[in-house]
Write a protein that binds this ligand. Structure first.
Ligand SMILES: [Zn+2]
Ligand SMILES: [Zn+2]
Length: 438
């Protein structure tokens, strides 16, 4: 009798998480993400493989070979547990047969549904089962306790996994400097006891920079907004809710109007509806949030959700002309697909462009074109204001100190060899696809 771990992907790379935990009776997969990189560390592009059959994808090692996972003749595995709504943790869920129970946070599932409306993909979880912070659930003879954590994705969890007398903690993706730092602190201050193995993500291992806090980002933004009479365009990930809150708060403290396009307006409104949280969203309570009806997002909303959803934002609508006229008071969250609308704004040239994403994306595709056009042709001033969605090394050390695990298993990192030097713990380095007996 023993608990086994088989990491199908993520022992030697950031992203593409797929972790199997099993007892004799029960087999569970934690996360089924799309990889971010190829084995040679170049960028992974699924479009290249789109036409291949499942069998061919398994043969080429794009999909892991797990019996009972896809539509095959085997009996289905017992469950899949998704930690958070980032593609590198759920992006391959479209391949899964639909008789496997999928456990996920409710808001996380909503964010996946929303992504599907605006960027159609095959990932629709048919009958998700919602887990909750610190509410243990049982699958076969494995017990799972989710812990809401701080991460750049909304509704992100770590898990205590118990079976065959062993206790494993899977960190998921985490940090301790965002707007949910309370949950990280709560975890390390009253941690689950007697952890045998900590599977801990190490995205930032190998990077020496200490992370700024999300609050520091808010302050940097307010300092910029306060000075000058320019429009401020903030280019950020649409579903980085912590960042939207930072931008909102910076607007509030400097008397600016925050313009969200209907896509973002829908995202925050939906999260408020589901979680009852006090996130800022277009409503009477937040009069300085206005909604820009971008054409593509409006069309997708009408087609997928109905006109009524669009009407809901009508009272807060801001027109293109109003943005152009009132540019000095406006902070607008943007992305490349909005360029078509920015084109028509005559007065905004020479404004501030705040790039608020990982710098690695900056030199690629539509992002590169979008930024270059604003800087070169429209004389925007470029600012980089961002902080990582992942823990820095001091925060990882806090997690280790709090959880006090017997051993650490490196995951979600390009530098598993550095764990030994950084942490005074026994490290178990695993390889993809190899079974480890706890
Ligand atoms: Zn990740
Ligand atoms: Zn993530």
């Amino acid at each position: 009798m023993s608990l086994k771990i088989k990491i199908h992907r993520c022992t030697n790379e950031i992203g593409g998480n797929c972790i199997e935990v099993r007892t004799k009776k029960t087999q569970i997969i934690f996360d089924f993400g799309m990889p971010l990189v190829n084995p040679d560390k170049t960028e992974f592009n699924f479009n290249k493989y789109k036409t291949l059959s499942n069998n061919e994808l398994i043969k080429q090692k794009i999909l892991p070979d797990i019996k009972g996972f896809y539509k095959d003749k085997h009996k289905p595995i017992n469950a899949i547990v998704i930690s958070h709504p980032h593609l590198d943790h759920y992006g391959f869920m479209g391949f899964i047969r639909d008789d496997i129970p999928v456990f996920i946070g409710e808001a996380a599932n909503e964010l996946i549904k929303i992504s599907n409306i605006f960027t159609p993909s095959d990932v629709i979880l048919e009958n998700p089962l919602y887990y909750q912070h610190k509410k243990t659930f049982v699958v076969g003879d494995i017990k799972i306790t989710p812990y809401l954590n701080d991460h750049s994705a909304f509704d992100a969890y770590s898990f205590l996994i118990e079976g065959e007398g062993k206790r494993i903690f899977y960190s998921g993706d985490f940090r301790g400097h965002g707007r949910k730092e309370f949950f990280f602190n709560e975890l390390i201050e009253s941690p689950p006891k007697n952890i045998d193995y900590l599977m801990m993500e190490g995205t930032n291992i190998g990077r020496t920079k200490k992370n700024k806090t999300e609050k520091a980002i808010e302050l940097e933004l307010s300092n910029l907004f306060k000075n000058g009479d320019k429009i401020n365009l903030v280019y950020q990930a649409g579903q980085n809710i912590d960042r939207i809150v930072s931008v909102f708060k910076a607007c509030q403290s400097t008397g600016k109007i925050l313009v969200l396009d209907v896509y973002l307006a829908y995202v925050v409104s939906k999260l408020v509806e589901i979680t009852g949280s006090n996130l800022p969203f277009p409503s009477k309570n937040f009069p300085n949030i206005r909604v820009f009806f971008s054409s593509y997002a409006s069309k997708q909303i009408v087609e997928s959700l109905g006109k009524e959803v669009l009407y809901k934002f009508q009272p807060y609508k801001i027109t293109k002309d109003e943005v152009d006229r009132n540019f000095k008071n406006i902070v607008m969250v943007v992305r490349p697909s909005l360029n078509i609308h920015l084109k028509g704004l005559k007065n905004i040239d020479g404004g501030n462009l705040i790039y608020s994403l990982w710098e690695g994306y900056k030199d690629k595709g539509s992002t590169k074109l979008f930024i270059e056009n604003l800087i070169n042709n429209r004389k925007f001033n470029y600012y980089y204001i961002h902080t990582s969605g992942h823990a820095d090394v001091p925060t990882m050390k806090k997690m280790i100190k709090g959880l006090n695990p017997g051993k650490i298993i490196p995951i979600h990192t390009f530098n598993k060899n550095m764990y030994q030097k950084l942490f005074n713990n026994s490290i178990v380095k695993l390889d993809d696809g190899v079974t480890f007996v706890c």
